[in-house]
Design a protein around this ligand. Structure first.
Ligand SMILES: Cc1ncc(COP(=O)(O)O)c(C=O)c1O
Length: 389
């Protein structure tokens, strides 16, 4: 018989429901059900072979020890060069901090600024970890409501209007999970211009889907605004772009004022990132990019299929998905709540999706479909859902 006394803060920590759906889908599949998984947020492609080889070679070459807490210098230089190629910006490799995935950057940024009395703004519906870690830090989460009628882009005016003297950090994410929304450049311009009146506010821009935009759209990186570089944390990584979710490798560009703090957080948390994963990440950035282009072209084809087919379902309306690999249809006219739809799609149709409410309260009435699955499976999934609707 134990009598454990857990910290009160644990009760405020949320989770990522996609992992719960994944577990349930796996359980049903183990019982012999034919489950089509449109719930998971990871590319259904293998990591390109030359990247895998670089990771294996690093192990064979004896890269078995600790590395610098902020990442291998050669990798941080490659990140800076890649950002220069993709976004046309100068980045000092000393401002790049390599971490195990995309999530640690958000955790560290929120730990750095969040405490009782502070306010942190975050997209809602949005990646659930933002709200979870803001609550965990004791700060007050202030949602930025993303609306279907704006293509799920954020409104600069609405964000700026919510800033108070207690606002410490604003989190934005474009292209976005779970909506596939992309915030247009003129809105970002307005947002950055408005920040001039609020020098006490830092920004974390989650750009993990920066290479997944469709319909001729170009990615706008917040790094392209020199006027906020001294308070911008720009998060990106390898998980989505190079189909490397399991390698656990990501990075952020931090402003000078934060670099020592985040490095200390890294040392306290994980010491440094797995060495072979970093060599694999180096090969990813410096090697051929054609497999990335092929993967994005495939996502684009599936995107067209899923948006068209979802719009053909009774009671379902799906906005054009501009980026990432998610469609976020409105299902209100089916009469189901988001959670009912998630459960019925899984239990009755054998299709795993994620209720919009898993991404915050403004996700009610929506369901997230990931199209990181074959066109054939997407079509089968839609036909099964059509049958139950
Ligand atoms: C918006 C967003 N940011 C960050 C992450 C986390 O990426 P990682 O798996 O590299 O931690 C995800 C993963 O789904 C995401 O959707």
């Amino acid at each position: 018989m134990t009598d454990l006394h857990f910290a009160e803060s644990l009760s405020r920590l949320g989770t990522e429901s996609a992992f719960v759906v994944l577990a349930r889908a796996g359980q049903l599949a183990a019982e012999g059900r034919d489950i089509i998984n449109l719930g998971i947020g990871q590319p259904d492609f293998r990591t390109p072979e030359h990247i895998v080889e670089a990771g294996v070679k690093a192990l064979r070459d004896g890269h078995h020890g600790y590395t610098p807490a902020n990442g291998l210098p050669v990798l941080r230089e490659a990140v800076a060069a890649d950002l220069n190629t993709r976004h046309g910006v100068e980045v000092n490799p000393d401002n790049v901090v390599v971490v195990p995935g995309g999530k640690p950057t958000m955790f560290f940024a929120v730990m750095m600024f969040g405490e009782p009395g502070a306010e942190i703004m975050y997209p809602n519906p949005g990646f659930p970890i933002y709200e979870s870690v803001i609550r965990y830090s004791g700060a007050t989460p202030v949602p930025i409501a993303l609306k279907e009628e704006n293509g799920f882009a954020f409104s600069a005016e609405e964000v700026l209007a919510q800033i108070t003297p207690r606002t410490r950090l604003i989190i934005i994410n474009s292209p976005a999970n779970p909506t596939g929304g992309v915030t247009p450049k003129d809105e970002i311009d307005k947002f950055v211009a408005g920040l001039a009146d609020h020098p006490h506010v830092a920004v974390m821009s989650d750009e993990i889907y920066s290479q997944m935009l469709y319909g001729g759209r170009d990615h706008v990186s917040l790094l392209q605004y020199p006027e906020i570089r001294d308070r911008l944390i720009m998060l990106d990584g390898w998980s989505k772009t190079y189909a490397m979710t399991g390698w656990r490798l990501g990075y952020a560009v931090w402003p000078d004022a934060c670099v020592d703090h985040v490095t200390r957080l890294c040392i306290n948390d994980h010491s440094c990132v797995n060495a072979s994963a970093q060599y694999a990440g180096l090969a990813a950035l410096t090697g051929p990019q054609d497999e990335v282009r092929d993967m994005v072209a495939q996502f684009d084809k599936r995107r067209e299929i899923i948006v068209r087919e979802l719009n053909s379902l009774p009671g379902v309306r799906c906005a054009d998905a501009a980026g990432a690999f998610y469609a976020f249809p409105n299902i209100e006219c089916t009469g189901m709540t988001a959670m009912e739809a998630q459960n019925r799609f899984l239990d009755e149709a054998g299709v795993a999706t994620v209720a919009g409410t898993s991404f915050g309260r403004f996700g009610e009435g929506y369901v997230r479909f990931s199209y990181a699955n074959s066109a054939e499976n997407i079509l089968r999934a839609i036909e099964r859902i059509r049958a139950i609707l």
